[in-house]
Design a binder for this molecule. Structure first.
Ligand SMILES: [Zn+2]
Length: 410
């Protein structure tokens, strides 16, 4: 067919609504058109490309022993309520009510674990029927709060999802490794130099989780990478070795006036000490209970790690009023002398001595705070967001680097 006959208009100007290069090119080449936020029509050129990708995926899945099937998009909400994931997916799950007043999840299964397990339970009688690798290529819906970047984060998309069923853990590992290899093959055949990244399993659950990510400038996620041993993990879950700060022998506690200084930056500038010689207090509500989090001043709290440490199902930052109600002086909050509130500490508080912390009095801080001499905690573990420059958790290599990464989805 002639290009002059091709359906779809090319565009010379940079489209105003597109800020990533991929989005701009897709629009300028007349490959996609948005009909509403995060929902696109694929024009003939895009559809051809999509079908080619789909075939590569299908071939690699089949080569790994996968069997293709097709699961329904409409799913009874009860199935999701049985596994409790109805709550985990929260508002990302599109739901609707049919004429019999029955609630359905429109999946509108963002994933199909519920439906496929029901199907396998009916069809598998013995371990001799296993292992099974079942997959589908289907349109999925996810009510993203902020659709963006053209096809990067959308509300309707085509996804390949494969589910393996094995007789034991060993079989599970074998199936998992088959898939890792299949994914490597797919990305190689698509010409995409991806990195395999250890990731948090998120709402899907489970022990191991990997993401294949493509490093790009326009990415919005972060990954931590060690160039020595190739440890690569999403910053949401990455571990790292925190540096030791020499603060000298523990000195007696002393109050110091810090009029009007509330943030770590203000306090450290005012007292002329680095941020890694301070203790930061952060407040969360975990399952409606106030949590006092204490961490070395130069680190940030990783909420995913914190949520795990607390085994809480709901976690959010506490509001100012909630902190005040607990008798805590914002800007000068202190773990010293605290009682009746659960304290979770990052293990970074053990890496330095003679730290500056709040005194729980307006405009006052404490010098020479030492753990565990001056305060107690209920949980101490790694709840910090790993940073570039931290030590690698897997090898003696000193530095890790970090990359930005987009969310990839095929
Ligand atoms: Zn390493």
């Amino acid at each position: 067919m002639r290009i002059s006959k091709l359906f779809g208009k090319t565009q010379r100007e940079l489209p105003a609504e597109a800020d990533t290069i991929s989005h701009q090119l897709l629009l300028r080449a007349g490959m996609i058109r948005q009909i509403t936020a995060g929902v696109y029509s694929y024009l003939p050129l895009a559809w051809k490309a999509l079908r080619k990708i789909e075939n590569i995926i299908r071939e690699e899945m089949d080569k790994a022993g996968g069997q293709e099937l097709m699961l329904p998009t409409l799913q009874p909400l009860e199935l999701w309520q049985q596994t409790g994931r109805h709550g985990t997916f929260g508002q990302s799950l599109f739901t609707l009510t049919d004429r019999r007043e029955r609630q359905l999840a429109l999946g509108l299964g963002p994933t199909h674990e519920e439906v496929i397990t029901e199907l396998v339970r009916y069809n598998v009688q013995s371990y001799r029927d296993l292992p099974l690798l079942l997959y589908q290529i289907q349109t999925k819906f996810r009510d993203e709060p902020r659709p963006r970047g053209g096809l990067i984060r959308v509300r309707e998309f085509i996804m390949k999802d494969l589910y393996s069923f094995d007789a034991d853990e060993e079989g599970l590992d074998q199936s998992y490794n088959k898939m890792l290899q299949a994914y490597r093959n797919i990305y190689q055949r698509c010409g995409l130099p991806t990195l395999m990244v250890e990731a948090d399993s998120g709402a899907i659950g489970g022990k191991d989780s990997h993401e294949f990510t493509l490093i790009t400038e326009s990415g919005e996620d972060e990954i931590i990478h060690c160039s020595n041993c190739q440890y690569t993990a999403n910053a949401d879950k990455a571990q790292s070795i925190k540096d030791k700060i020499d603060g000298g022998e523990p000195q007696p506690l002393a109050e110091v006036a810090t009029p009007g200084m509330a943030t770590i930056e203000e306090v450290s500038n005012f007292l002329k000490i680095p941020q890694n010689r301070t203790l930061k207090a952060v407040f969360y509500m975990a399952d409606s209970k106030l949590i006092f989090v204490v961490i070395r001043g130069d680190y940030e709290v990783n909420e995913i790690k914190l949520k795990k440490a607390l085994s809480s199902s709901e976690l959010r930052m506490a509001a100012e009023a909630e902190v005040k109600e607990a008798g805590i002086v914002a800007g000068a909050a202190s773990p010293v002398g605290l009682s009746g509130i659960k304290v979770v500490a990052d293990d970074s508080i053990t890496t330095a001595s003679n730290l500056v912390a709040g005194a729980n009095k307006p405009g006052t801080h404490l010098k020479n705070v030492n753990y565990p001499r001056d305060f107690k905690v209920d949980i101490i573990t790694d709840i910090a967001r790993a940073r570039a420059g931290d030590g690698c958790p897997r090898c003696p290599h000193l530095q890790t680097g970090y990359f930005h990464q987009p969310e990839t989805r095929c």
